[in-house]
Design a binder for this molecule. Sequence first.
Ligand SMILES: Nc1nc2c(ncn2[C@@H]2O[C@H](COP(=O)(O)OP(=O)(O)OP(=O)(O)O)[C@@H](O)[C@H]2O)c(=O)[nH]1
Ligand SMILES: [Mg+2]
Length: 298
Amino acid sequence: MAVDLRRVLGFKAWTSLFWGTPHSWRFTHSLASCMQAAHLPERRLKALLYPASELQAYLAAGGKEDQLTLFHPSLELMAKAEKLFTPSPKHHIHYWSSAVRLDHAPSLQQPEVCFIGRSNVGKSSLIRALFSLVPDIEVRVSKTPGHTKKLNFFRVGRAFTVVDMPGYGYRAPRDFVEIVESYLETRSNLVRTFLLVDGVVGLQKADRVAVEMCEEFGLPYVIVLTKIDKGRQGALLRNLIQLQEIIQKHTGACYPQPFLVSSTSFSGVYLLRSFIAHVTGNLDQGITTNKSQPERVS
Ligand SMILES: Nc1nc2c(ncn2[C@@H]2O[C@H](COP(=O)(O)OP(=O)(O)OP(=O)(O)O)[C@@H](O)[C@H]2O)c(=O)[nH]1
Ligand SMILES: [Mg+2]
């Protein structure tokens, strides 16, 4: 049975999603909003909201399924988080600036989250999916690795900033280390780093180096498996189990729950919006999500 969110939230909340002119929302993806997805059949909706749920039965044997539901907000909470990603006359969401050097980075006080990962892993695509309810934001993606060459800052009202980064590995910009490492090491308002790993190929050597770097800097970070719509479920499961082992045994600053996303099917995108709202203190003030005291959010 599909959940009728219009009843849960009231008609006003539904209509407020589309504050712009019909022209501005005509181009949004049909699943850009969890409110639209709420009308799908239950199984399809569950897979979109909690993509790990489909793999959970296989993880139960190893006792690892609990790690995947540590952050498990309800649909209502996801709809609340989604409002942050929805522009309105009082809540502007827009591209702010780009920086090729750290001293060009804007000085902003609000909490910031950034996306790092190998070239072509899907950083820009994921940011585009997160902002798919914002018609004015254009995030460029490309099949060619090494496409994003600067730090690109997107401002979400007064709530937080999202930063797209150049990728590491093949065809990384020459000054990658200088820009990205110094940003990660010194950015004082950075509250969470999202380290993206390709769900089809799993952790590569370059990803392990990135994990070590996050550990060395003591950054609170979270690992996101991308492109889960591609490849076989078996390969995704294997990569997920391997990742869970590494998080459990070799990390201290990594959030125990890996997130699974597809920027093309929108699986996991609503959950990730909610997690960003949560870690930037915009969803449920006061709940901490570190490894030593992970709290269940549901
Ligand atoms: N099937 C599928 N393809 C994806 C997904 N996310 C990204 N891609 C594709 O992967 C390619 C690279 O995507 P980008 O988002 O540009 O990757 P990036 O990490 O920003 O790459 P750089 O800017 O070069 O570091 C593009 O061809 C995207 O269409 C996904 O979830 N599913
Ligand atoms: Mg990019």
